[in-house]
Design a protein around this ligand. Sequence first.
Ligand code: GAL
Length: 735
Amino acid sequence: MRKIFILTLLFISTQVSSQQDISLPTAKFKTGDIPAWSQASFDDSQWPSIKTNTPWEQQGYADYNGFAWYRFHFKLPASLRDNSYWKDSLRIFLAKIDDVDEVFINGVKIGQKGSFPENSGGYSTAWNETREYHLSTKHPALQWDKDNVIAVRVYDGGGAGGIFSAIPFVNMMDLIDGVKMNLHIASTRDDKNTLTLVNNIQKKIYGKLSIVVTDPGTDTLITQSKKDVELVAGNNFSINIPVESSQRATISAVFREQQTGKSINTNQTLPYILTPPPPATPRINGAKVLGARPGSPIYYKIAATGEKPLHYTAENLPAELSLDRKTGIITGKLTERKDYHIKLVVINTKGNDKRDLTIKVGDVLALTPPMGWNSWNCWGLSVSDEKVKASAQALIDKGLIDHGWTFMNIDDGWEAEKRQPDNMIAANKKFPDMKGLGDWLHGNGLKFGIYSSPGPRTCGGYLGSYKNELNDAITYSNWGIDYLKYDWCSYGNIAGKDTSLAGYEKPYFVMRDALQKQPRDIVFSLCQYGMKDVWKWGPEVNGNLWRTTGDIEDTWQSLSNIGFHQTKQFAYAKPGRWNDPDMLIVGQVGWGENLHPTRLTPDEQYTHISLWCLLSAPLLIGCDISKMDDFTLNLLTNDEVIAVDQDPLGKQAQQIIATDNVQVWMKELEDGSKALGIFNLSGHDLSVSVNWNDLGLHANQKVHDLWRQKDLGSFKDSFSTKVASHGVTLVKVGG
Ligand code: GAL
């Protein structure tokens, strides 16, 4: 392997695009809403500037919702038009806008996405749509060779606000826009990385394709190729790029169109697998401690890997419980309030494994953070019975169930439009038989979760539980529900001006009482985005977990903003009481009908799972499991990493070191050892050294790499490690 200067390649491609684009990285910005702000002649010289690739909350406008305007000033050279191949169409690219926008050029409206509160039909968000407006170069509002003003009126309906996700620009549509470059990343061992160029126009296109594959950690070249490509009208060109699945590698590809010299490119780091497959001998995984209320049905599936068939037995199993030796499912009822110590045994032809399980009969459920799946981050409101079953079946078939993944939770979108005549809630057509679905899940070793709001409507506009809390709890119990996510949403309208703590707690007390009357255990998940420091009073309303933040998205920005700010809740996590930084964003996600692979890099995904496990966060997979690739599966089935999350001590990691580039989080584990996450928040790989002293640890510590499941040796005063950009080294220290 030799060193190469990959920077040269990247430099050329950025250079070309900067010649053709008018980049708009900043704008003049003001909150409020005045029609005159659309006019070119309006004097905004006193307005502050704002960056246009980051929501305004992160730029001094914390918690601001409502209207604001961005104004861009730029010169539009006629040469831009004249030098382009087609000469007829100008593109205004405004990245994404949270939530609604109306765009003016020199005072003339040229487009809108989403719907403002004053529009007929009312407010609706278009936060996830890319804003790209095209104008004829003859459009009368355009001022060629003169100054132009683009004014963007934005309405933020809640959460993050403003222009985000990329830097806006103005350029001409050109020949190169007829070509699309798609990089398909191999999702299984038998699949191949394939780069495809697609010609979408009725004209032959010639160009040069360069592909460079490097190790981003060392900048060493893995392979490279250059090729002249002739793209016949309407045709594709494809090429395979073989890379080992355990190799950390970045593919950089550039296609330069011959006639104009303009190019398109892609740059992606491939997923790489760190964790070895589980052994053929049995290994028992999953929660070591289970909470149950006296007299509630107990339902526990022993999670175990190893060559099938596995035979399950148990020593000291109380007489009231029975174990299905073929499925490993324990059922029954325990009435006495006490701890029951059971020894689980799993056997196959290769050997056996034994492990303790404690069932604590008392008042507290979810003694380890709940693990499973939730429909929201993939299907959004389009969730259906079929989609839940497909992910459940895949969770079983792909073996996730053998690592302790248990809950199948339906989020918003299951509710019928109206209550039944007796005021009981019903499911809509997408869920023809809720009880049947629950039975099916339970029959397959899984648990069943559901979603509602204390308000009259859920966040998705479906029926909520307001004034029907007990009816709903009874219905859930009849359906076999094991978990309820209870989302504030329209309860804000009921609470009205009451901003007291009691006002925020009230609806959760009501549902707590309704759930407690049910003859089964229902884990209570509070979702109100952390208002009024919910972690301080969540236990009073018997919440088992509570969201500490707004909604997560599959971006580094969202992940790091949420994950690395879970500091003040640290002391409140304990068995049965978990801080919830929101659901997982790995795999195929989408919040609707159309799914896409997570936009997190592989290293960001290692960070995500490591950090969530350190935080003792509930682990709810948010993707379509039936489409789960090998990398994501590997990421979610490392039992040593999961054991950090499920550690019975139930402590949350504490942030010990936080510099601009590096953070170190440490979690105390039941066996006296510590789990240590060393995170690199910078844009390049780093070598990091931590002194045991700085972590309050004594000299000579044994270190074990959790992702690789490998002992690294004993380290005297400090431990040094190379950490990938946005990645992590996760180790267990001592023990
Ligand atoms: C949001 C919640 C999401 C999802 C959604 C459903 O308020 O934070 O996780 O449940 O509502 O409409």
